[in-house]
Write a protein that binds this ligand. Structure first.
Ligand SMILES: O=C(O)CCC(=O)C(=O)O
Ligand SMILES: [Fe+2]
Length: 315
């Protein structure tokens, strides 16, 4: 990915937190963490259709994969740096000035994994991430099938586009303690750039907020649920019927937090465009045909500026 910051530069968030330094000026957002945050929690529709028995991922696996992520971030800085010197541990988006350290790994297609970047400590890390990515891929496929049906398309419409080259990227987000939670974002406001996102939140510490009707709303913790987020590619392919929501994560001065995100996406080489059946005289085409690779290359610089990329794909 373009513009990666070397790992030595991005690991400093945790190092700064460990050393009890206040966030450097660059991390401080002058206006503060903005926008009214609703007192109420978002009422997230819980999908638990009888034919898929929830997400079907054993709760122990969810707990275990969360745990190995935490153990990994608890390793010494030296040990973590051993995983990668090219920014794989750290921040895919370059120097985002988010109060987070990240471990970002391509997990599918399996033959494109770069195993040399996969932690070997704790020693069950690889096995658990493999198992989790395989099971979460099935969840993603079930969801995009349902999404096709909801749009009145043939149920395999999206699945066949994703194909066997569908990508899954795993991102462990580790948010160290932050002494200025009112002025520093864990992850700044953004919409996700893939197809759909499955987020395994921290079991105890809240932080995720979603923008709805101009107001930030806290997303509640459901310990063994996955938060499923429509991302930009599905907004494009549904010709704007499904919306990719803007969300962010805030920091915390008392508790560190970790989330594990799986981005399910078409492959870099694929092209995306609105389904032909969704375009008519009354519902004109809203997005151009673009390659996934081009979309991501526009996505990251926009993310760094706190802007959305989807406008670039508009007709
Ligand atoms: O940590 C979270 O709850 C949100 C993470 C997120 O939005 C992302 O990684 O894209
Ligand atoms: Fe996100």
């Amino acid at each position: 990915m373009n513009g990666r910051t070397p790992v030595s530069a991005v690991r400093r968030v945790q190092e700064l937190a460990v050393n009890k330094f206040d966030p450097p000026a660059a991390y401080i957002v002058k206006e503060g963490v903005t926008g009214p945050v609703a007192d109420t929690l978002l009422s997230v529709p819980v999908i638990d259709p009888p034919d898929v028995v929830g997400h079907g991922i054993p709760t122990e696996l969810l707990d275990d994969v969360r745990e190995v992520g935490k153990v990994f971030f608890d390793l010494s800085m030296e040990e973590k740096k051993r995983v990668s010197e090219d920014g794989t541990v750290g921040d895919l988006e370059g120097n985002s000035l988010d109060w987070a350290d990240r471990l970002h790994l391509l997990v599918k297609p399996q033959d494109q994994r770069k195993l040399k970047y996969w932690p070997q400590k704790p020693n069950n890390f690889r096995e658990l991430l493999h198992e989790y990515s395989t099971k979460s891929k099935r969840v993603a496929e079930t969801i995009v099938k349902k999404m096709a049906e909801l749009l009145g398309l043939e149920e395999n419409h999206f699945i066949s586009l994703y194909g066997d080259q569908a990508m899954e990227q795993a991102r462990f987000n580790y948010y160290p303690l932050c002494s200025r939670p009112d002025f520093v974002y864990g992850i700044k406001a953004h919409a996700d750039g893939g197809g759909i996102t499955m987020l395994l939140q921290d079991k105890e510490v809240e932080g995720l907020q979603v923008l709805k009707d101009g107001q930030w709303i806290k997303v509640p913790i459901l310990p063994h649920a996955l938060v499923v987020n429509v991302a930009d590619q599905m907004e494009i392919m549904s010709n704007g019927i499904f919306k990719s929501p803007v969300h962010r994560a805030v920091t915390n001065s008392e508790k560190e937090r970790m989330s594990l995100v799986i981005f399910y996406s078409l492959h870099y080489n694929d092209e995306i465009e609105p389904a032909a059946a969704l375009i008519s005289e009354t519902t004109p085409r809203l997005y151009r045909k673009v390659t996934v690779r081009d979309y991501f290359s526009v996505f990251y610089p926009n993310y760094l500026k706190g802007e959305r990329a989807i406008g670039w794909a508009k007709v």
